[in-house]
Design a protein around this ligand. Structure first.
Ligand SMILES: [Fe+2]
Length: 310
C-alpha cells in the first residue's frame, strides 16, 4: 500500500461490504492537485467537443426535456461560473483519454482497490467528471458497469435502492442492456421509503451493489463529482447473460430461468450473445448527437445564447 493512499477511512470490513451494500468512504481527491479550481478551469476550457455533453435541464427545447449546448471557447473560470449560476451541467467523458495525468490517477485508484481486495481484477476502466448547477437532478436509473461516485466540490443527496424487484427487475436490466438507455425506468415515490439516503460532501465516495437503481439531487450549490466505472470478470459475465436473456425474451419469446454466470447455460448464452451482438437486434443504436441549441454567452457572464434563435 502506498504511504498516501487515496482512501483514508478504509477498514478491512469494506472489502466484505464492497458490492454487497451501499458504502461511503473518505478519500483525498478533493485536495488533489488535479482538482484545484485552477486545474478544473484549465481542463474544462480545452475539453474536446466529442467528449463532453453540455446540457441545460428543466428546459423544453426542440429535442425534448433537455437540450445540448457548446462552450463557445470561454475561459474555464467563466464556464464554471455559468454552471454555478445556471441550470446546466457538463459531463466530461473519457477523462483518461483526454489527459494522461487522470489516467495515472485512475490506475492508482484501481491498483489500491486491487491491493485492498485481492481478486478484484478490474478492467475496462473509465473515469468521468461532472460539473453541475445547484439543484441539478439525476433521475432514477441503473448502470450496467460497476460504479462509484466521488464528491470533489459541493454536496448532494444520493438515493440508492435495493438491487431487487420491484426496484429493478430482470426485464428492466435487459432493456437497458439492449437499448443503452439508462433512464425512463419505472419509478414510484414510495420507493424512497426503501432507499438508502446518503448526503455526500467533498472527500466522500459512494459505491453500491451492481445494477442498484439510484437517483441524485444536488443541494443548492455548484457540484463537481467524479465517476469511476469498471468491469470485473463477474460483471462482464453478468452483462453477457443479461444480453442473452434479453434476446431470448424479446426475440424468441422465452422467459429466461437463469442468470448463472458459470456452467453450460452460461456458455450457451455467451455464444448466443456473441453471435448476435453485431446484428441489428443487439447493436446499440448510436445515440444521435443532438444539434447544439445554445452556447455559453461570451458577452454576458453566466448567461446562455441561443443558436439560430431570435
Ligand atoms: Fe448512475
Amino acid at each position: 500500500m502506498r504511504a498516501d493512499p487515496v482512501f483514508t477511512s478504509w477498514q478491512p470490513r469494506h472489502a466484505a461490504l464492497w458490492g454487497n451494500a451501499p458504502i461511503r468512504l473518505k478519500h483525498r481527491l478533493h485536495e488533489h492537485e488535479l482538482f484545484t479550481n485552477d486545474a478544473l478551469a484549465r481542463l474544462v476550457e480545452r475539453y474536446p467537443r466529442e467528449h463532453y455533453s453540455l446540457v441545460q435541464w428543466g428546459s423544453h427545447g426542440a429535442s425534448g426535456s433537455w437540450r445540448e449546448g457548446e462552450l463557445a471557447g470561454l475561459p474555464g473560470e467563466a464556464i464554471i461560473d455559468a454552471i454555478a449560476r445556471g441550470r446546466v451541467w457538463i459531463n466530461m467523458r473519457n477523462l483518461p483519454d483526454v489527459d494522461p495525468r487522470y489516467a495515472a490517477l485512475m490506475n492508482e485508484i484501481f491498483d489500491e482497490l486491487e491491493d485492498r481486495m485481492p481478486g478484484f481484477g478490474s478492467f475496462t476502466r473509465k473515469l468521468g467528471l461532472l460539473i453541475s448547477s445547484p439543484l441539478s437532478r439525476t433521475l432514477y436509473h441503473l448502470d450496467l458497469p460497476g460504479q462509484s461516485l466521488w464528491q470533489i466540490r459541493g454536496s448532494k443527496r444520493v438515493f440508492v435502492y435495493p438491487a431487487a424487484p420491484p426496484f429493478e427487475t430482470p426485464e428492466v436490466i435487459e432493456r437497458v442492456a439492449l437499448s443503452g438507455v439508462e433512464v425512463n425506468m419505472p419509478y414510484q415515490p414510495w420507493y424512497d421509503e426503501h432507499a438508502t439516503v446518503l448526503d455526500i460532501e467533498p472527500g466522500d465516495m459512494l459505491h453500491w451493489p451492481l445494477n442498484a437503481p439510484h437517483r441524485v439531487d444536488n443541494h443548492d450549490c455548484l457540484n463537481v463529482s467524479m465517476t469511476l466505472e469498471y468491469f470485473t470478470e463477474d460483471i462482464r459475465r453478468t452483462h453477457m447473460v443479461t444480453k442473452a436473456n434479453a434476446i431470448l425474451r424479446t426475440k424468441f419469446g422465452v422467459t429466461p430461468k437463469s442468470r448463472a454466470t458459470t456452467g453450460p447455460s452460461f456458455w450457451a448464452k455467451a455464444a448466443l450473445q456473441r453471435a448476435l451482438r453485431d446484428t441489428k437486434w443487439v447493436r446499440r443504436e448510436d445515440r444521435a448527437r443532438r444539434a447544439p441549441e445554445f452556447r455559453l454567452d461570451p458577452t454576458r457572464p453566466g448567461c446562455i445564447a441561443e443558436i439560430g434563435g431570435l
